[in-house]
Design a protein around this ligand. Structure first.
Ligand code: CMP
Length: 143
């Protein structure tokens, strides 16, 4: 079953949007297989955003994501990586369609409420950075 990494960013946690965001993915039909409220250490933030290291906003990105608690999650389901990205909307909330998470709740590209893996390779990498295998649950034996 395909899995993705999603994270409510510090602005979303601060604005009490965890429940709203979790509800959207639950109602869509995806299964939550791992979740934790955590503060991200700087080293983990730098690894997570490693592909943006050369960008001018890298320092700002790391400062923001480590500035307060985040809600890190792993979700599974058919085509969950691409579908979750559609449900999140464009990275910059000013371009995000109404009805998407960023379209409904975001205002700026930095404080854009949620992060989601953009490909199967990123999903695998990001899940591995934030979760141990033992922290993910298994629904396959449910009767
Ligand atoms: P995210 O999906 O977490 O992945 C990288 C993040 O970089 C992105 O969401 C944005 O929040 C952030 N980002 C992209 N462009 C800019 C920018 N110009 N200034 C600040 N942050 C940015």
């Amino acid at each position: 079953m395909e899995k993705t990494f999603l994270m409510v960013k510090p602005d979303g946690v601060q604005r009490n949007l965890i429940g709203e965001i979790v509800a959207r993915f639950e109602k869509k039909g995806f299964q939550l297989v791992g979740a934790k409220l955590m503060s991200i250490p700087v080293e983990l933030a730098e690894k997570h955003y490693g592909e943006h290291k050369e960008r001018p906003f890298f320092g700002e990105l790391v400062d923001f994501i480590t500035s307060g608690p985040v809600f890190a999650m792993v979700w599974q389901g058919e085509n969950v990586i691409a579908t979750a990205r559609q449900m999140m909307g464009s990275t910059n909330p000013k371009d995000a369609a109404p009805g998407t998470i960023r379209g409904d709740f975001g205002l700026t590209v930095g404080k854009n409420v949620i992060h989601g893996s953009d490909s199967p390779a990123s999903a695998e990498r990001e899940i591995g950075l934030f979760f141990k295998e033992s922290e993910l649950v298994d629904y396959s034996k449910l009767i």
